[in-house]
Design a protein around this ligand. Structure first.
Ligand SMILES: [Zn+2]
Length: 479
């Protein structure tokens, strides 16, 4: 099979729950969980005669998401009814947006294999979530608690070309929405999920192949696996002379396959029409500008700042901006030290592994940013070595104290006294004839053994650079 002769074309529809306290058209809570059908009222269950009132925060969050993803804003926007019958939708229509979505023509830049790529966003619109069907042995039940929870649907252009790009894009988009603080993006609670539209075509072809849609995938990993499987399935089908059928499929994680659900609906199947009970959404320039001001510095800009101004690597910068809490923490700690690299190192190697061990959430560092910054400063100014810094860090993790006081109290100051170290180096050299001979005969690595002894004698407190320089200096006189 000639997979490499094919190009995979992917577009995504991402649904992200907005973090409003109440639902989109009524005052019911949006809180996750609760006993079935306890978070609903006549409005969100679509009782005849009820009237919806749009929650203003939904518009605000959606515009914020749009601005954070470089979208243009339709200052005159409307809501539409999308009609379909399904038991989880009591009104038999979903209020969504059809031809005038709030946001349009945006983009998100991603990087895969060291290459930058721009993924176009066709649109972002607001809509309401549906309820949930619960299948049990004695029947199927329906829980309307999620009905009317506000969502944004983010639709991309068919710009993605591999399962890996899906993963990178979703993770980037999620991080932008988290920074913009418009959604919790909790994938396990379904508040961030996506539909994957995928087709394949022979490389060089200019028309798109027939696509299938895989719905409601709530993990980056599942999206990756579903796309990988589906691309292979379609190529295999075409290679064996068959045709891809336009349909909706579902990813079966247990079996590792996609399964046909139903033939894909077209827009006209939904008989969209303007929501008669809802006013158009009109937004002023001032309003948009005010919302723009509430967007914090986004991950891309922070990455650039870390690499260009602070000399951090791409990898380290990515780790720091993965959570806004960590990135804010790093920025705060930076005020105490000039050496951002040492600081980043302490956070990445020490703090991350401790958070991992203690099963803490990313961002729950029990050391104040000020104290951690001071620790980096002590390393930078050679008061302590980086190995002693690990010890001090461990103490600080238990009790968040000023590292200077800890170093003083525990007697951990680095020994940088030339006289004392020189004498010790001469003793170590005198006592290790074999190692010295090895070194002199060309085995340069032998010096590490001498260095180890110096560190053991000083309990790790000797200035490592001075030790190595002194050892070399003395040994070279013996050549
Ligand atoms: Zn309600």
């Amino acid at each position: 099979m000639a997979y490499k002769d094919y190009e995979i074309v992917i577009g995504l529809e991402v649904h992200s729950e907005l973090k409003t306290k109440s639902k989109i058209y009524c005052s019911c809570t949006t809180e996750f969980g609760g006993d079935p059908n306890t978070h609903c009222c006549p409005i969100c269950t679509g009782m005849p005669g009820t009237l919806p009132v749009l929650n203003g925060m939904v518009v605000e969050y959606a515009i914020k998401a749009g601005l954070a993803t470089n979208c243009k804003i339709h200052q005159f926007s409307k809501q539409d009814r999308k009609n379909y019958f399904y038991p989880d939708l009591p009104k038999a229509y979903q209020t969504s947006q059809y031809d005038l979505p709030l946001c349009y023509e945006g983009y998100v830049d991603i990087e895969t294999n060291g290459e930058e790529k721009r993924i176009g966003l066709t649109r972002i619109h607001i809509e309401e979530d549906a309820g949930k069907l619960i299948h049990e042995a004695n029947g199927t039940f329906v829980d309307y608690n999620r009905c009317g929870v506000p969502l944004i649907e983010i639709v991309t252009e068919p710009d993605l070309r591999s399962p890996e790009e899906i993963r990178v894009f979703l993770s980037k988009l999620r991080s932008i929405l988290l920074y913009a603080d418009v959604s919790d993006c909790r994938m396990n609670e379904g508040s961030f999920r996506c539909d994957v539209n995928l087709s394949v075509r022979k490389k060089g072809a200019t028309t798109l192949g027939t696509r299938t849609e895989m719905k409601n995938i709530n993990s980056f990993n599942f999206a990756f696996k579903a796309a990988e499987y589906e691309a292979k399935r379609q190529i295999k089908l075409i290679e064996s002379g068959g045709n891809v059928v336009q349909e909706t499929r579902r990813w079966d994680e247990a079996k590792g396959v996609t399964i046909s659900m139903r033939s894909k609906e077209e827009a006209h199947d939904y008989r969209y029409f303007p929501a008669p009970d809802l006013m158009p959404i009109v937004t002023s320039d001032e309003e948009i500008e005010r919302i723009r001001q509430t967007i914090p510095e986004l991950p891309d800009v922070r990455m650039k700042r870390y690499m260009e101004n602070d000399g951090l690597s791409l990898y380290d910068s990515e780790l720091l901006v993965a959570s806004m809490k960590i990135s804010d923490y790093f920025d705060q700690a930076c005020k105490q030290t000039k050496n951002k690299k040492v600081l980043a190192n302490i956070i990445i190697s020490e703090a991350f592994s401790r958070m991992n061990e203690d099963e803490k959430e990313l961002g729950e560092i029990p050391i104040s940013a000020e104290n951690l910054g001071k620790l980096a400063h002590l390393v930078d100014t050679n008061v302590i070595s980086s190995s002693i810094a690990k010890k001090v860090f461990a103490i600080m993790w238990e009790h968040d104290d000023d590292p200077e006081i800890i170093v003083e109290k525990e007697g951990l100051k680095q020994i940088s006294d030339d006289g004392a170290l020189r004498q010790m180096a001469e003793e170590v050299i005198a006592k290790n004839d074999k190692v010295v001979q090895d070194y002199l005969s060309g085995k340069e690595a032998a010096i590490q053994a001498l260095m180890g002894q110096m560190m053991a004698r000083t309990k790790g407190k000797a200035n490592p650079k001075m030790v190595i320089d002194l050892l070399k200096e003395i040994l070279n006189t013996k050549k």
